[in-house]
Design a binder for this molecule. Structure first.
Ligand code: NDP
Ligand code: 2IT
Length: 444
């Protein structure tokens, strides 16, 4: 048996209850076979077992008081996965489905994503099983304060720098930052990213993941003598990533015809009204079904039927395992030519293999959604020099980074015999930089 398969077997046994984590490790390791063959030092130094074991994982109690005066308890997590190339960096997810297996899959993927950005950031992730849905601002604030009251001792601008993910946006980062500042008694601006613009946040961070996804997809299409212009696009999700992917795709001349949430999806064949979406989701914090009240010609359907719609391009921007094998079959049947992963691990491994076999162009999450964390690193840079770049400056840097990530993934795929397979290429390019840094730093 190959070293890759043996390592995978050990890691599967060791983490048997964490199915999303195993899925993420399997997906990366499978593409590394030719790399390991060419680099016996990775076997010698047992890089695979080492890279799949977090440097540190913290699990903590988060008690908070609801509006009725009742004491509630949630579980908090921070997994500091790999610090070989920079301080741990990655978002916090607040969602009832969060448990160690989710945080570890996200933290593991973050290592390679962050490496691909070319910025000096290690991999980490955190979160809680707290559900912000239906909670008042006061409840969210008290939860965030309690969460930070434990987390603060484990993070810092040169140690570990959290940011947003599902359920954590500008509001939550504000409360978290306020509590960190209060406890530390110092304005350590670079400890969190995704901050408000008036206290050290970066212009274009809010837009960065969605915009970066479209910049990446456009590069991929360009490499295949195509463009997103005049294409019809399906998007799942209606949060931060979905909204700004929709906005940028439409500004590039595409027609986005769907968005969704966990209850259902909207179909608007004329193209999504982005200003209305921002008003519904960002200002009023309502469900996506609101949309059809303002656009009665559009349709709202309950359930997860978004991948049964017909379009040229699919952009999953909601959550993991959103495109399953039956969805992938529908997409191929309906003639989808490209899939761009805005969410993390939105495609099951089976569906991913099928899409690639069918010749669908796949922009993998680790590369395609890296614009968010890359712009977080730009926020850290600005905090370090105590300066703020203009929107155009940040957006231009983001664009340059996405072009570079595409190039790195494309070249790594070619070098290791994968042709134009960006899934394998992104894994390889991201992995090699971290593996080299780990070896250079000794047996840790
Ligand atoms: P948001 O919380 O802003 O939005 C999440 C969206 O996904 C909502 O529409 C939500 O619907 C939907 N969703 C979440 N969980 C589920 C579920 N279990 N089933 C169905 N729908 C679900 O999060 P983001 O937009 O920030 O994140 C979306 C994805 O992008 C995630 O995979 C995240 O990890 C990834 N990502 C985010 C980055 C960022 O900078 N924010 C950077 C890179 C990746 P509902 O409101 O009904 O829950
Ligand atoms: O998955 C991700 O890359 C994020 N949620 C963003 C992380 C960050 O630190 O900006």
């Amino acid at each position: 048996m190959s070293y890759v398969k043996e390592a995978l077997e050990r890691i599967t046994v060791r983490n048997a209850s964490e199915k999303e984590f195993i899925q993420a490790v399997e997906e990366v390791f499978e593409s590394l076979e030719p790399v390991i063959e060419r680099h016996p030092e990775y076997v010698d130094k047992n890089i695979l077992d080492r890279i799949a074991e977090p440097e540190r994982q913290i699990i903590f109690r988060v008690p908070w008081v609801d509006d009725e005066g009742k004491v509630k308890v949630n579980r908090g997590f921070r997994v500091q996965f790999n610090g070989a190339i920079g301080p741990y960096k990655g978002g916090l997810r607040f969602h009832p489905s969060v448990y160690l297996g989710i945080v570890k899959f996200l933290g593991f993927e973050q290592i390679f994503k962050n490496s691909l950005t070319g910025m000096p950031i290690g991999g980490g992730k955190g979160g809680s099983d707290f559900d912000p849905k239906g909670k008042s601002d006061g409840e969210v604030m008290r939860f965030c304060q309690s969460f930070m009251t434990e987390l603060y001792r484990h993070i810092g601008p040169d140690v570990d720098v959290p940011a947003g993910d599902i359920g954590v946006g500008g509001r939550e980062i504000g409360y978290l930052y306020g509590q960190y500042r209060r406890i530390r008694g110092a304005f350590e601006n670079g400890v969190l990213t995704g901050k408000g613009l008036n206290y050290g946040g970066s212009l274009a961070r809010k837009e960065a993941t969605g915009y970066g996804l479209i910049y990446f997809v456009e590069e991929m299409l360009k490499a295949n003598r195509q463009s997103i212009k005049d294409k019809s696009v399906l998007i799942s999700g209606s949060g931060n990533v979905a909204i700004y992917a929709c906005e940028k795709a439409q500004s590039f001349g595409a027609r986005v015809v769907s968005l969704s949430d966990s209850a259902g999806y909207i179909y608007d064949p004329k193209g999504i009204d982005i200003d209305l979406i921002k008003e519904i989701k960002e200002v009023r914090r309502q469900r996506i079904s609101e949309y059809v009240k303002h656009h009665p010609e559009a349709e709202y359907h309950e359930g997860r039927g978004v991948w049964g719609l017909k379009a040229d391009i699919a952009l999953p921007c909601a959550t993991q395992n959103d495109i399953r094998i039956e969805d992938a079959r529908l997409l191929v049947k309906n003639g989808v030519m490209a899939v761009g992963e805005g969410a993390n691990m939105p495609t099951t491994n089976e569906a991913l293999k099928y899409l690639l076999e069918e010749g669908v162009l796949v922009a993998p999450a680790k590369a395609a959604n890296a614009g968010g964390v890359a712009t977080s690193a730009l926020e850290m840079s600005q905090n370090s020099i105590r300066y703020a770049w203009s929107f155009e400056e940040v957006d231009q840097k983001l664009h340059g980074i996405m072009v570079q990530i595409h190039k790195s993934a494309m070249e790594a795929a070619e070098e290791y015999g994968y042709g134009y397979n960006l899934v394998a290429g992104a894994n390889i390019a991201g992995f090699k930089k971290v593996a080299e840094a780990m070896i250079a730093q000794g047996d840790y």
